[in-house]
Design a protein around this ligand. Structure first.
Ligand SMILES: Cc1cc2nc3c(=O)[nH]c(=O)nc-3n(C[C@H](O)[C@H](O)[C@H](O)COP(=O)(O)OP(=O)(O)OC[C@H]3O[C@@H](n4cnc5c(N)ncnc54)[C@H](O)[C@@H]3O)c2cc1C
Length: 428
């Protein structure tokens, strides 16, 4: 059995894995780094898979996280199309799916997650689609060019982006959402209403409170029967009901898993319950200072920030603290950006004019608590303004939200003035 040694073994050639390798070199870490990835492709960005990549004609080379020669240039070894099958955290060895073994001093588990499956919709079956990998995206793209209608199960960010792209390509689209409003867990009701208008204005048949009872997948298409007794049919179906973190490897290695969110429990340095073993990205669960709770985030920003924490810990360098969670989505002609998290008791104020589902509009919704701290900010086509607000949100600096919403008063000045009134903001 072949064997090799490395200093840092990175399991998973995705956003967190690739970013951690790059950050290690940024910090001047001189040791050997090996990235083992189950997919064949070099590490690539997933956000375009439901956006430009699905709508356009690009290839994986267009969305690589680092250019093709980057790893060789940085002295990072990559082993692609191979999975890590088991980890011995005491003996610091890993067994790979090709039978090889590798020893390591530090190990990062950055295994992401898998699309949550819907009963009756077998992954890989004809007319059935999930969207997590480049292979999924290319298969879905091809199907969208062959067919005329799509049924999307799940009205979350991913499902809505797929429906938006489908409409751009001229397909008719139906979205089935089991909740009574869109993005109810992450958006205030006003934004859900605005989004519903935008979705419907784009010609999507949006069904809220729609619970799927049974699917009939046949050679010509798909028919879903809803709990209401109604049936809806389409040429194809895309299931987009969320993600299951990939923690099997960690579980088998005996690492602590968070009982509620299912992520690999890590400390502030992203170290797991086993010394020298780290976890980052969609598969990890960490106490987040902004939320003051242990959470598992599924976002590009989180994968990158945690990767940097891991690299700093391994390289023995100081690390920047985590900042307020940030997420974006492009859909129906609008760019949505969300900073912070919704918590009970926030009062929302609007800067700008939302209109009714007008995706050309530009506005901010600011969720403030009683102390005047903005804990949740949503920007529609206003990413620049959100960036101006970021120091205020990250530091939880109290402000006057009504004054911030006075469109006649420049936002940058308002933010500066609020920060100046509270000279040493700290996360608490
Ligand atoms: C379609 C889509 C659109 C998205 N859009 C947005 C967006 O607009 N904004 C945003 O903030 N976020 C978005 N995200 C989320 C963001 O891309 C993820 O949060 C991010 O990719 C997580 O990075 P990760 O490294 O944790 O996991 P991943 O990038 O998923 O990488 C994990 C890798 O590990 C590999 N792996 C798993 N197990 C093993 C093993 N045992 N051995 C070896 N390799 C293994 C997997 O094959 C995978 O390649 C989107 C995600 C998807 C799928």
């Amino acid at each position: 059995m072949a064997s090799r040694d490395t200093d840092v073994l990175i399991v998973g050639a995705g956003q967190a894995g690739a970013s951690a390798a790059a950050a290690l070199r940024d910090f001047g870490y001189p040791g050997r780094i090996l990235i083992v990835g189950a997919e064949q492709a070099l590490p690539y960005e997933r956000p375009p898979l439901s956006k430009a990549m699905l709508a356009g004609s690009g290839a994986v080379s267009d969305i690589l996280i680092h250019p093709a020669g980057f790893h060789a240039e940085k002295g990072v070894e990559t082993l692609l199309g191979v999975a890590v099958s088991s980890l011995d955290v005491q003996g610091r060895t890993a067994t790979l799916s090709d039978g090889a073994r590798t020893t390591w001093r530090h190990c990062l588990i950055a295994t992401g997650g898998q699309a949550r499956s819907v009963a009756g919709l077998t992954p890989g079956a004809a007319r059935v689609h999930y969207l997590r990998t480049i292979a999924d995206a290319l298969r879905l793209r091809e199907a969208m060019r062959q067919h005329r209608s799509v049924l999307v199960v799940g009205g979350g960010f991913l499902g809505l982006e797929v429906a938006s792209t489908a409409r751009t390509l001229g397909l008719s689209a139906t979205v089935l959402e089991s909740a009574d409003r869109l993005l109810g867990r992450v958006m205030p009701p006003a934004l859900s209403r605005w989004l519903r208008e935008a979705v419907c204005a784009a010609g999507v048949d949006l069904r809220l409170d729609a619970r799927c009872e049974a699917f009939d997948v046949h050679a010509d298409g798909v028919v879903v029967t809803l709990a209401s007794g109604e049936t809806v049919s389409a040429d194809m179906v895309v299931a987009a009901i969320g993600l299951v973190p990939e923690v099997g490897l960690a579980r088998r290695a005996g690492l602590k898993i968070h009982p509620d969110n299912g992520g690999i429990a890590v400390n502030e340095r992203c170290e797991t319950s086993a010394p020298g073993v780290y976890a980052a990205g969609d598969c990890s669960s960490q106490h987040h200072p902004f939320v003051d709770a242990e959470i598992r985030l599924e976002s590009w920003q989180n994968a990158n920030e945690q990767a940097r924490l891991v690299a700093a810990a391994i390289a023995g360098q100081p690390a920047a603290a985590l900042t307020a969670p940030w997420f974006w989505s492009d859909q129906f002609g609008a760019n949505l950006q969300i900073l912070g998290v919704p918590v009970p008791g926030l009062e929302y104020h609007c800067r700008g004019e939302p209109g009714d589902g007008d995706t050309a509009g530009k506005f901010l919704l600011l969720g403030a608590n009683d102390a005047g701290q903005i804990l949740h900010a949503i920007a529609v086509n206003a990413g620049g303004e959100l960036r101006m607000l970021k120091p205020l949100v990250d530091s939880r600096t109290p402000c006057d939200p009504l004054a911030l919403c006075d469109a006649a008063s420049p936002l940058r000045q308002q933010v500066r003035a609020a920060l100046a009134r509270t000279p040493s903001p700290t996360l608490s």
